[in-house]
Design a protein around this ligand. Structure first.
Ligand SMILES: Nc1ncnc2c1ncn2[C@@H]1O[C@H](COP(=O)(O)OP(=O)(O)OP(=O)(O)O)[C@@H](O)[C@H]1O
Ligand SMILES: [Mg+2]
Length: 275
C-alpha cells in the first residue's frame, strides 16, 4: 500500500537580511530538500536542535505556510494543488497539536465552542447534536461534561492539552502533527498525555509526526525517527536501529549528549508509561 504522506524535496527559505530600502539581500534556508514518508498508523519522530526547521516542516505539510519547492502527497493527492472542497477535506484529515495549549485555544471561547467550532465550520452542526459530539470526544480525552462552559484560563496545562487534542479529533482526522505536545507540561502530566496519544493511535489508526527535543520521548513513541540539522535531514531510520546504531556523526553527538535529567526521572526507557 502506498504511504499516507510522502514528502519530497521540500525547501523553504525566509528573508534573513534586508538592505536600507527593505529589499531582501539574504535568505536563510530553513528546510533544504527534505524528503520523508509516513505510513498509516505510523509515528515519525522528528528530532534536532532548536532552529533545525522541525516546526517549519510541520507547518508546510499542513499548508499553514507555503513551501518554495517540493512535493507533498497525502493519500495520493498533491497537497500543494488542493483547492476548495478538496482543501477543506484535507483540513479535516490533517490536524496539528502545538506545544502551548493555552495559546492554541481562544481565551474568550468556552470549551463547548472551542471543541465544537470545527464541527460547525465543516459540517454545519449546531445545538444538541453538536454538543453530543463535543461531550463524547471530551470524555474520550478524559474531561468531564460539566466543564463545557468553562474558559481556557480555568484549566491546568495538562487539561488544556487534552482539550486541544479533543479539538483536533472532532473531525476524525487520519494524521496529526504533534509539535512538542508535552514540552510545556509538568513531568507528572506528560506521561498521561502521551499515553492518550498512543491509545488514540491504536483505536483510530492515526498517523503522527511527533516533533520533540526529548529523545527519550521519541524513542518511546516513534516507529521511525528523522534527524534534522540546520534544515537538512541527516539520517532517517527505524527507532531502535537509529538509537542503537546511529550512522551519522551528528546523530551520534545528539544521542551522546548529557541526558535531560527530567527524562531520567521519568525513566521512559522502561515502557509502558503509567496512565
Ligand atoms: N516566519 C518566519 N520568518 C523568518 N524566519 C523563520 C520563520 N519561521 C521560522 N524561521 C526560522 O527558521 C528556522 C527554523 O525554525 P523552526 O521553528 O522550524 O525550528 P525548530 O526546529 O522547530 O526549532 P525549535 O526546536 O526551537 O522549535 C529558525 O532559524 C527560525 O528563526
Ligand atoms: Mg519548533
Amino acid at each position: 500500500m502506498s504511504h499516507l504522506l510522502e514528502v519530497a524535496g521540500l525547501s523553504k527559505s525566509f528573508p534573513a537580511k534586508r538592505n536600507l530600502l527593505g529589499r531582501v539581500t539574504e535568505r536563510s534556508l530553513v528546510t533544504n530538500d527534505v524528503s520523508f514518508t509516513v505510513d498509516r498508523g505510523e509515528t515519525l519522530g522528528i528530532v534536532g536542535e532548536s532552529g533545525a526547521g522541525k516546526s517549519t516542516i510541520g507547518r508546510q505539510i499542513l499548508r499553514l505556510i507555503e513551501p518554495d519547492a517540493g512535493e507533498i502527497r497525502f493519500d495520493g493527492q498533491d497537497v500543494r494543488k488542493l483547492r476548495g472542497k478538496e482543501l477543506l477535506a484535507f483540513r479535516r484529515r490533517a490536524q496539528m497539536i502545538f506545544q502551548d495549549p493555552f495559546s492554541s485555544l481562544d481565551p474568550h471561547m468556552t470549551i463547548r465552542n472551542a471543541v465544537g467550532e470545527p464541527l460547525a465550520i465543516h459540517f454545519g452542526l449546531s445545538g444538541a447534536e453538536r454538543d453530543r459530539r463535543v461531550v463524547e470526544i471530551l470524555e474520550r480525552v478524559g474531561m468531564r461534561a460539566d466543564q463545557l462552559d468553562k474558559y481556557p484560563r480555568e484549566f491546568s496545562g495538562g487539561q488544556l492539552q487534552r482539550i486541544a487534542i479533543a479539538r483536533a479529533l472532532t473531525l476524525d482526522p487520519d494524521f496529526i502533527v504533534c509539535d512538542e505536545p508535552v514540552a510545556a507540561l509538568d513531568v507528572s502530566i506528560q506521561a498521561q498525555v502521551l499515553n492518550l496519544l498512543l491509545d488514540l493511535q491504536a483505536e483510530r489508526g492515526l498517523s503522527y509526526v511527533f516533533i520533540s527535543h526529548d529523545l527519550s520521548l521519541v524513542r518511546f513513541l516513534a516507529h521511525r525517527v528523522m534527524v534534522m540539522y540546520d534544515g537538512e535531514v541527516v539520517e532517517t531510520g527505524p527507532t531502535e536501529e537509529l538509537f542503537e546504531n546511529p550512522q551519522h556523526a551528528y546523530t551520534k553527538s545528539l544521542l551522546s549528549a548529557v541526558p535531560d535529567p527530567r527524562a531520567r526521572r521519568r525513566n521512559l526507557t522502561q515502557p509502558p508509561l503509567e496512565a
